[in-house]
Ligand binder design. Structure first.
Ligand SMILES: [Zn+2]
Length: 398
């Protein structure tokens, strides 16, 4: 058993699940000894148990196809919410028991969140940002979250909080998904607007996720007090990041302030490597290793839904973090305990601990030796609900 905390391993471990919660964790002999007589058991002698995986950056409204924006535009809400439910189910199949949706339309992710929580639809726990906050005509403005200037940003945060979002997403720079909007290297908001969003969000107990690409965007988001930096690529107008040395001081500030960084590594990176060669990806991998080595708290998220990134490729993103030179133990924590802390869910999920929600997966083989064993879990338990992903397989209950 890997508890989600690096180095914390329980040989021959067991978890007792009751009423959706983890009631007991420890060596199997002890847990069985403490459990009521006749408690049903299922055992996997050669497998590993670990906490359910967390994808801190998804877009359930996007299909991960060639043109997700056009597909979305052509899909009405009744059909879209069914597509989103299907994607939620596929996330559960690959062991993802919590997602943070960072860009949604018409509050559909919140409806799905509530249906999953009620147990009517299978899926991971969903945190939703609703529509990302962006400037008029800006990155992802078609999702409906336009706000210009401090007052409009404040008002939109308030409205979203009243609508019941779980997190606020601000598009600090442009992005490639919106070709007619500002480019990824262009700033959309200054520190005043982002700080206003952070301040307003805090009044409702919400955290702020900042979409940022450039060094300038990162400076704005960090100065404004954003909690997580999405992408954080240090992209330049010329393309690749300038290299770790150019941004060393800022990276140290990110680490010191405890700001989380989601590199959005994903399964589509294999196709990029095939198409452009390994050299092209190297600078993007190097900055992550550097950020990790400087003490930045990286978290696992895939941007699932955007072009060429399907929700079922979650584990591929983790393998790319491994390819960047990060130790597997650290990568597993980025996908479990550290991700939960980043989402303010450390008291609910991300670790195997008594009292937390029963979110866990069972995989064949040791992910510390090979992260790809996380691709196809044998069993997924999400808030105590048992889910068997493999067709035709049933659990060997004793
Ligand atoms: Zn995104």
């Amino acid at each position: 058993m890997l508890t989600g905390v690096p180095g914390e391993v329980i040989p021959d471990g067991a978890v007792l699940v009751r009423d959706g919660l983890i009631e007991d964790v420890g060596p199997a002999a002890d847990v069985i000894g403490r459990a009521a007589a006749g408690t049903p058991r299922v055992s996997f002698p050669e497998a590993r148990i670990l906490p359910g995986l967390i994808d801190v950056h998804v877009h359930l409204v996007f299909d991960g196809g060639e043109d997700p924006v056009a597909t979305l535009a052509a899909t009405g809400d009744p059909a879209l919410v069914l597509d989103m439910a299907a994607r939620a189910r596929r996330l559960l199949d690959v062991g993802v028991t919590t997602v943070r949706d960072l860009g949604d339309r018409n509050g559909l992710a919140a409806r799905l969140r509530d249906a999953v929580a009620a147990g009517t639809v299978p899926g991971p726990r969903i945190l939703t940002a609703g529509a990302p906050i962006t400037v008029t005509g800006g990155h992802c403005s078609f999702l409906g979250g336009q706000a210009d200037g401090v007052e409009q940003v404040r008002a939109l945060v308030r409205r979203q909080a009243e609508d019941g979002v779980d997190v606020i997403k601000v598009m600090v720079t442009g992005g490639h998904l919106t070709p007619e909007g500002p480019s990824s290297w262009e700033l959309q908001y200054g520190t005043e607007e982002v700080a206003a969003a952070v301040e307003e969000a805090r009044r409702f107990g919400l955290r702020v996720a900042a979409h940022v690409h450039t060094r300038e965007g990162v400076e704005v988001a960090v100065a404004a007090g954003a909690h997580t930096l999405e992408h954080c690529t240090f992209l330049t107008e010329a393309g690749p990041p300038a290299g770790p040395d150019a941004d060393e001081k800022l990276i140290r500030t990110i680490a010191e302030k405890g700001v989380y960084v989601c590199p959005t590594f994903h399964g589509g990176m294999g196709a990029l490597e095939t198409r452009f060669g390994a050299d092209v990806l190297r600078p993007w991998l190097e900055i992550r290793r550097d950020q990790h080595e400087q003490g930045v708290r990286l978290i696992a998220g895939t941007d699932a839904g955007v072009t060429g990134v399907g929700v079922e490729q979650y584990a591929e993103g983790l393998r790319w973090l491994g390819r960047a030179g990060l130790p597997a133990d650290a990568v597993i924590a980025m996908a479990t305990s550290v991700a939960a802390d980043a989402l303010d869910l450390g008291g609910r999920t991300g670790r195997l601990r008594p009292g937390l929600d029963a979110d866990l997966i069972v995989v064949d083989g040791d992910p510390r030796a090979d992260l790809s064993v996380l691709r196809h879990p044998r069993l997924v338990v999400a808030r105590g609900r048992f889910h068997v992903p493999r067709a035709g397989e049933s659990l060997p209950w004793e």
